[in-house]
Design a protein around this ligand. Sequence first.
Ligand code: NAI
Length: 454
Amino acid sequence: MTDLAIIGGGPAGYVAAERAGAKGLSVTLFEKNNLGGVCLNEGCVPTKTLLYSAKVYDYARHGDKYGVTTEGATFDYGKIVARKNKVVRKLVAGIGASMKAHGVNVVKGEARITGRKEDGTLTIECNGEAYEAKNLLLCTGSEAFVPPIPGVPEAGDVIVTNREILALKERPQSIVIIGGGVIGMEFASFYNSLGTEVTVVEMLPEILGGLDGEVSVMLREVYAKRGIQFRLSCKVTEVRGNEVIYVDAEGNTASATGEKILMSVGRRAVTANLGLETIGVEMERGAVRTDAQLRTNVPNVFAAGDINGFSMLAHTASREGEVVVNNLTGTPDEMRYDAVPGVVYTNPEVAGVGLTEEQAEKSGVRYAVAKLPMAFSGRFVAENEGANGLCKVIYDPDKRTVLGVHMLGNPCSEMIFGAAMAITQGMTIAELQRVIFPHPTVSEILKETLFTIK
Ligand code: NAI
C-alpha cells in the first residue's frame, strides 16, 4: 500500500511526487509517456527553446540598431529542432533523477482506477498489476481540442496541433493559425521571425482574449508591423486542403491559405479511460471538479493541473500539487487562483497577474489604474532600441492594495513574480514603494508606476 498514488507525471504529478517524497510519504507515480508531461515534452520547454533560437536570429539580423552588423545571418531549421530535442531530453532525464532521489516509485504504463474499498483504500491497475493507495492524485493533463470543423479530418497532416508542429522537419513557407490565443501567438512569433508568411484567424475581436486588452492591442500592432496578417472577428467554418475558410463580422466569407494549418483553439482535460466513473468522480464542463484544496467529491482523491480545467498553466499545476501534499502532511494550504501569473513568450514578452482592467470593470469592484510606458525604465531604453511597452497596475483605491499588474516588454516574464508576490501577500502600495529595486533594471518600472499613485 502506497501513501500517495499519482497518475500523470507532468508539472502537477512530478512536483507533487518530489514534495511528498521529501516529506517521507511513500509515492507511486504512473506515467505512460515520458516524465515531464505536455509542458516539458510538447509545450512550455520545447516552445521556449525554439523561441530563443528565433530571438538569437532576430538579434543577429537587427543588431545594426545597436551598432553591431552581422553579414548574412542565417539559420538551420534542422539544428534549431535538434537543439530543442536535446534540451527536452536533458530535462526529462533530470526529472527521472529527481524521482529516484526522492524515493518515488515510477511505474511506466497507463494506469486505471479500478475501485475504492470500504475502508477507503483506492485500487489502481497498471500493466496488469494491481496497486493500492491511501490517497490518489489525478493529473493526466490536457490535449489540444480539435473542433469538428468540416474538412479538418480530410486535410490530413496539413493540420497540426502544438504536438505535431514541434516535430516538423522543415520550416513551412506559410502557415495559417486558427486561434490567436497563447499557443497561436507564440508560434506566430516563432515563424514570423524565421520568415514564414503567417496569418492568424481569430474568432474574437482581439487576440489573447484573457489578457489585458490594452496590452493585447499593443502586441498585435507590433506583429502587424512585422508582417503577420490578422483576421479578427473571423470564425473558421471550413477547411479545404490548405485553405481555411472563415466568415468575418459582417458575414462575408473569405479564406487564407497555408502550407500548414495550426489548430490552437484551446485544450481539453484528459479524463477518458481513467476509470473515474468506477469511483464516481464528479465532472464539470469536461474537467474534474475540485475545490481550493484540489479535493474531488471522492474522499482522498485529488485532481491537480489541466485535468481540473482551472487555468491550464504548468505553474498552476505544480502549485496545486504542492497544496495537495501540504494538506496531506499536516500543513493547511489552499490555492490562490487570483495570484497566478501568466506569460506569453512572444518578443516582446507579455506578462500579467491578477485582475485585468476588463475583469475589474466586469466584476464591479472599485478599482483605479496607474500606468507608464516601459521607456520610463532606463535599462529598458538601453536594451530595447525603438521599442515601446507598458506597465499597468490595477489597484484598490480604498484598501490601496494591488489587484493586478500587466506588462508588455522584455523581460517581463522574469519580473512578474514580484507582482504575484505582492498580490499573494496582500501588500499595500505604500509597502511596495518601500521595496528596494536594483538599479538599473527593467523591474524598476513597477516601482515608477507605483509612485504615480497619489
Ligand atoms: P486559448 O484559449 O489561449 O486560445 C484559443 C483561441 O482560439 C481563443 O482566442 C478563441 O477565441 C479562438 N478560437 C476558438 N475557436 C475558433 C474558431 N473556430 N475560429 C477562430 N478562432 C477560434 O488556447 P490555446 O492557445 O490553444 O492554448 C491552450 C492552453 O494552453 C491555454 O489555456 C494556455 O494558457 C496554455 N498555454 C500557455 C502558455 C503559456 O503560459 N505561455 C503557452 C501555450 C499554452
